[in-house]
Write a protein that binds this ligand. Structure first.
Ligand code: SAM
Ligand code: SF4
Ligand code: SF4
Length: 336
């Protein structure tokens, strides 16, 4: 196994694979209906990497230092036959962790098959426990109970430890933070609050709608006392806090108020095979052409080495005047 380092000495360790740009939700902060409406042109089937192509790339990435793969989207569970991909990925020698992020709405039907195919654990997104708030955010009328039932199905299928992600937007769902924390406290499910990010170009982001980590922790801590805990490993994205009464922990993903670019070891593969070296990049590097023009593994590896070697992204650290108005890839295209 070779380890690749970028311009800032960051190794390549994680690969997020977006398997589709489609989704059955229209979260207002990610795929607002006004943009992702009936006329929106999603990728066509032939554009998508096949499962064989994804698996081949994943093998090459793992041989060059990737230890963890996360499947995402769009909504990964809307892509047909996903367990077949998981079967292929789960047997790659050297891969230490294989997980998936989902909105949870289709989990009840699929959790068992995902587990049997070799998925180890899962992250489910759930932004509120109040139906009116949640439905306003997902904008397609899916209920909280449907997602909670999906989480339960994941637990039954042994996809643990389960993590739950909640994006917090001021004036939209911040009043429900404590209720969410209370619901998952002591269950073994790890809740993580995410600062609303300026990903893509369509979600109407502005700084006033971000609730910074410090404020989130204070508001939760007032009701449910917490203290900061040490990171599990270098480069861990979520800042961990533990409940003082010993009933577990919550996490905060603070890419706005406390950026973590210096530790960023992630690459993201889009559904059509472009590799993005940053969540906020405007353009990717085309691996699909290599896969389809007969390149051998050594040729693809050489391309990867070059892309990673030249990487110098640190968008969140320089966010501000330098980044206003820059074009960016949509979150629903490359996943979180
Ligand atoms: N559809 C799946 C889901 O929602 O879990 C996977 C893809 S989604 C793009 C991955 C994660 O990104 C979700 O947890 C979602 O809440 C988060 N996300 C999307 N837009 C965001 C934004 N503007 N700021 C912060 N997180 C965001
Ligand atoms: Fe779909 Fe996930 Fe984006 Fe919501 S956050 S629109 S569920 S891709
Ligand atoms: Fe990594 Fe880019 Fe996010 Fe910084 S802004 S942590 S480089 S993905």
């Amino acid at each position: 196994m070779t380890t690749l380092f970028d311009q800032l000495e960051r190794p390549l360790r994680d690969l997020r694979i977006s398997v589709t740009d489609r989704c059955n939700f229209r979260c207002t902060y990610c795929m607002p209906k006004e943009v992702f409406g009936p006329a929106y042109q999603f990728l066509q089937r032939d554009d998508l990497l096949t499962y064989e192509e994804i698996t081949r790339l994943a093998r090459i990435f793992v041989a060059h230092g990737v230890e963890k793969i996360r499947l995402t989207g769009g909504e990964p569970l809307v892509r047909r036959d996903l367990p077949r991909l998981i079967e292929g990925l789960s047997v790659i020698p050297g891969l230490k962790d294989l997980t998936l992020t989902t909105n949870g709405s289709l989990l009840r039907r699929q959790a068992q098959a995902l587990g049997e195919a070799g998925l180890k654990r899962i992250t489910v997104s759930l932004d509120a426990l109040d139906d009116a708030v949640f439905q306003r955010m997902n904008d397609v009328g899916v209920s909280v109970s449907q997602v909670l039932d999906g989480i339960e199905a994941a637990r039954e299928a042994g996809l643990t430890p389960i993590k739950v992600n909640a994006v917090i937007e001021r004036g939209v769902n911040d009043e429900g933070m404590v209720e969410l924390a209370r619901h998952f406290k002591g269950t073994g499910i790890i809740l993580r609050f995410i600062e609303f990010m300026d990903v893509g170009n369509t979600n109407g982001w502005n700084l006033e709608r971000v609730v910074p980590l410090r404020e989130m922790a204070e508001r939760i801590g007032r009701e449910l006392p917490i203290e900061p805990a040490e990171a599990n490993y270098r480069g861990e994205v979520a800042k961990r806090w533990r409940y003082l009464d010993g009933t577990g922990e919550v996490g905060f993903i603070s890419s706005i108020s406390q950026p973590f670019c210096g530790e960023c070891t992630r690459a993201r593969l889009s559904p059509e095979g472009e590799l993005f070296t940053c969540l906020f990049a405007a353009h990717g590097h085309d691996f699909r052409s290599l896969l389809r023009n007969g390149s051998d593994d050594a040729g693809i590896a050489a391309f990867l080495k070059n892309v990673w070697r030249l990487r110098e992204d640190r968008y969140s650290e320089i966010r501000g005047e330098a980044t206003v108005g820059l074009e960016r890839v949509e979150m629903s295209h490359i996943g979180g």
